[in-house]
Design a protein. Structure first.
Length: 396
């Protein structure tokens, strides 16, 4: 009964708010999907301030989120994206924002002993609240993705509660950090630290339509049924990295094919013009940048340095090269074939920020193993690998 009363009160507040600004149409007719989505937002796991763990939430998105219209319009900056989200999702009534963030991270693909293909990913950052978002757009593929709620300006030191925060969370489909769709295509974003000051964003300027980092991931999740299709889709746009920094990306599918997508122009010391960068795609059978005998391996792995040959003068210049080698050494012992999802999670644990760097201030905010064959995910927040209550499983 308390939940019913609370829902009635919140709907009443929304109705009064719309009427006060001159709305005359039926509130549910205009906002029914947004209301249902807001009420689906729920907490799965509490914050642990002593352990510097953020909370974990879940949200189911009802209806579409104006992404088809977004692609027709296109945006070339976070500011333009915020304007689009505000005007469409909150009908211009409630302002929104996207915050900057540094994304370290690691990921790899592998095959399980039963033949299933997996894409495994760590999101390394710091204490933050996370949301697992489920979408099922009318003209796109069903997907599950992970959102850092700090990107939407929500306070990392507080629980996400109240009507205004729930409405802010409606923008979550536009800022995925990783995810998987019903076709078994998965993707993720990683910082690449390009240019002299390591934060020069890709900012292409041709006659192609424009797209930002996280909306490019949404494009893949909603419309790509293979790695080839993902590359085809991405190639149609000018990329504008979010948060004024640089990223590269990884995409994989259920056939075992994967690719790393990088935008480069020059070497580490000369890659300072984001407008001149061009897309370079490195597939898993061509990943020879580390000079190993695994150049044509079925698996692929990534951390935070550009993998193009001769981009760096030395290995010491490669951000995340230590994690890269830990993953590589774990995969090569079995030629990229792992016992099960639990084994994949153990590799993620081995490069968790608190695990391999004792005393490190950061945190692996989440670790997730996407089974691209079965379309399932195995999710653990905040490096709680030994806590059974911190293990979450989803299926598409």
């Amino acid at each position: 009964m308390k939940k019913i009363i609370k829902r009635i009160c919140i709907i009443t507040i929304i109705v009064l708010f719309v009427l006060l600004v001159g709305g005359t149409c039926t509130i549910y007719g205009v906002w029914h999907n947004e209301i249902n989505t807001a009420f689906s937002f729920k907490k799965l796991r509490n914050r642990n301030d002593e352990h510097k763990d953020g909370a974990l939430y879940e949200m189911k998105v009802y209806g579409d989120y104006y992404f088809e219209e977004f692609l027709k319009k296109g945006v070339s900056s976070d500011k333009e994206l915020i304007g689009y989200i505000t005007s469409h999702i909150t009908k211009g009534l409630i302002p929104m924002k996207i915050s900057e963030s540094e994304i370290a991270c690691s990921a790899f693909t592998a095959k399980l002993e039963n033949g299933d293909q997996v894409f495994s990913r760590n999101y390394d950052f710091d204490k933050t609240n996370t949301c697992i978002v489920k979408t099922n757009p009318k003209h796109g593929f069903k997907s599950i993705s992970t959102i850092d709620l700090q990107f939407l300006g929500l306070d990392v030191h507080k629980d996400v509660k109240g009507l205004m925060n729930r409405i802010t969370a409606l923008a979550a489909p536009f800022v995925p950090l990783d995810g998987m769709n019903e076709k078994g295509v998965s993707c993720a974003i990683f910082m690449s630290y390009q240019g002299d000051d390591k934060t020069i964003a890709t900012n292409q300027d041709t006659d192609k339509p424009d797209i930002t980092s996280t909306t490019m991931l949404r494009l893949i999740l909603d419309y790509a049924d293979s790695v080839e299709k993902a590359v085809e889709l991405v190639s149609q746009y000018d990329l504008h990295d979010s948060a004024q920094t640089s990223y590269h990306y990884m995409v994989a599918d259920a056939t075992g094919k994967s690719a790393i997508l990088e935008w480069v122009n020059g070497t580490d010391k000369t890659d300072n013009n984001g407008k001149e960068r061009k897309l370079v795609v490195t597939y898993n059978d061509k990943d020879d940048s580390i000079g190993s005998n695994e150049a044509e391996a079925d698996y692929q792995w990534i951390t935070n340095f550009i993998i193009q040959p001769n981009y760096y003068e030395t290995d010491e210049d490669k951000p995340g090269f230590d994690r890269y080698n830990i993953i590589y050494n774990a995969l090569k012992t079995t030629n990229g074939i792992l016992k099960d999802e639990g084994t994949a999670m153990q590799i993620l644990q081995s490069v968790g920020q608190r695990y391999y760097k004792e005393g490190h201030d950061g945190c692996t905010v989440h670790s997730v193993v996407y089974n691209l064959t079965k379309k399932t995910s195995y999710f653990i927040p905040n490096e709680n690998y030994d806590d059974e209550s911190a293990k979450f499983f989803y299926s598409l």
